[in-house]
Design a protein around this ligand. Structure first.
Ligand SMILES: [Zn+2]
Length: 456
């Protein structure tokens, strides 16, 4: 490896040789990628063998994957919520019980292990939709951002980028105070939320601080503009859960005489820096409003099917002008390849037609459009100047062997799983090497102990 080292030990120049790289439209064999200062400094094609000093990445290398929507603590619910039957609303009761047990220390342990799982799945950036702000009962911690800062520290330890979408969550429903579970989420008013969120610090590279409106249920209409203004003044992303459930639409129509999308539009929430999460149950006018304003859509298909939400109109949204990104949300599984193909396969089931998105289009949703939604519009390509984030998928596993390498994107999107990720590089740093996390030796062990601590 060609490498010079700063006094801090941070590698500033490194060269990766990729046996195959997806360059946005096609698979290219033998590509050399030079990294300087955490960014792509040069790309050379037609390099048949790894030059001396270069780190070889065998398989298909794609730009680092972006997990646009995450609630880290939901990882503790995996499998426990698969017993019995129910709805989104009964699932939520179990989720609240887990939330009630978290402290800054246990939140850090769980998030560190969860983000390490993401790194092993080829994810280089996470959008953490964070609403668990205060101690049980709603009392602020001495450091009012102790929970958010635990998440930022966890991402740093796991070696991935984080966009902390600090979330305003002020009400249980239209005109309803927070219930006993939700007091931990609420700052009381949007102004108080803004005051606390303003104390958080990003670094414009690995850590971006953004904003979120939990949903139209959770932020009173007259306070929506306060959160939107805060994000706009800082030019940071603004995310919002939108029409995941028909009950939310019904309650919004009863309270305000308009759909959640129309309510957000009327209060200045929509726009190109805004991403609606789910966007499942929309009217044709909602789709037009989201598309015309270039508001993004983050689909979370593995969660939406797990919670029996329904299938959102991703194809129609994209045609109207809404960029599509993907998130693992409740972490029923953490696998961006599965999210990508599920979006396409859901549409096939609904329409009885195959091929709504190409493998390349699905990879763009899993990378470039996700990074843009997380406040990094230059992410998700392997071009000079882009953040040097790489994900290498094996093309010789039992799932991916067989197709010729030029079909590598199709193999990755339609057949690979997170278990096929061999390398993850973040800002030029080799975070996952040959399928092993380079900083956290025993990720399954870390997950097991972090989850067990919440069930004691
Ligand atoms: Zn969510």
């Amino acid at each position: 490896m060609q490498l010079t080292t700063q006094p801090t030990g941070t590698p500033v120049t490194v060269t990766y040789w990729m046996s195959h790289a997806w360059l946005g439209t096609h698979v290219e064999p033998g590509v050399l990628l030079e990294v300087s200062g955490g960014r792509v400094a040069g790309v050379r094609t037609g390099v048949d063998t790894p030059p001396p000093g270069a780190t070889a990445l065998h398989g298909l290398t794609v730009p680092g994957l972006a997990n646009t929507h995450s609630h880290a603590f939901h990882r503790a619910l995996r499998s426990t919520v698969q017993v019995g039957s129910g709805t989104f609303w009964t699932w939520r009761e179990t989720m609240y019980r887990t939330a009630s047990r978290l402290t800054p220390d246990t939140y850090y342990d769980l998030a560190r292990a969860t983000y390490a799982e993401m790194a092993l799945a080829g994810i280089t950036a996470v959008g953490e939709f964070h609403y668990l702000h205060h101690a049980p009962g709603g009392t602020p911690y001495d450091n009012p951002n102790a929970m958010g800062e635990a998440l930022i520290a966890a991402a740093a330890e796991a070696g991935i980028r984080i966009t902390l979408l600090d979330t305003a969550y002020l009400a249980a429903g239209f005109g309803e105070k927070p219930n006993r579970h939700q007091t931990r989420f609420s700052d009381g008013t949007a102004d108080a939320w803004a005051e606390r969120a303003s104390l958080l610090q990003g670094d414009d590279d690995l850590v971006v601080i953004g904003a979120a409106i939990h949903s139209v249920r959770a932020v009173p209409a007259e306070q929506l503009a306060t959160v939107a203004r805060w994000a706009r003044e800082r030019s940071v992303p603004l995310h919002v859960h939108l029409s995941e459930q028909t009950a939310e639409n019904d309650a919004c129509l009863a309270a305000h005489g308009r759909t959640p999308t129309r309510l957000l539009a009327d209060h200045g929430v929509l726009g190109p820096a805004t991403t609606g999460i789910h966007n499942t149950h929309l009217t044709p006018e909602d789709i037009e409003l989201l598309g015309a304003s270039r508001t993004g859509t983050c689909m979370c298909p593995t969660t939406e099917r797990d919670l029996a939400d329904g299938i959102g109109p991703a194809d129609a949204l994209q045609r109207a002008g809404s960029p599509l990104s993907l998130g693992s949300d409740s972490h029923a599984v953490i696998d961006l390849f599965e999210e990508a193909r599920a979006m396409e396969l859901n549409e096939r089931l609904r329409t009885h037609v195959r091929g709504h998105w190409t493998a390349s289009a699905l990879l763009r949703a899993a990378s470039a459009d996700g990074h843009a939604a997380l406040g990094r519009p230059d992410g998700g390509t392997l071009e000079p100047g882009a953040p040097a984030d790489l994900t290498t998928v094996a093309l010789d596993s039992v799932r991916t062997a067989g197709p010729v390498p030029r079909l590598g994107a199709e193999a990755a999107v339609f057949a690979a799983t997170a278990a096929d990720v061999r390398h993850t590089v973040v800002a030029g740093r080799h975070i996952v090497r040959d399928g092993r996390h380079t900083r956290i030796e025993d990720v399954p062990g870390a997950l097991a102990s972090a989850v067990a601590a919440l069930h004691r």
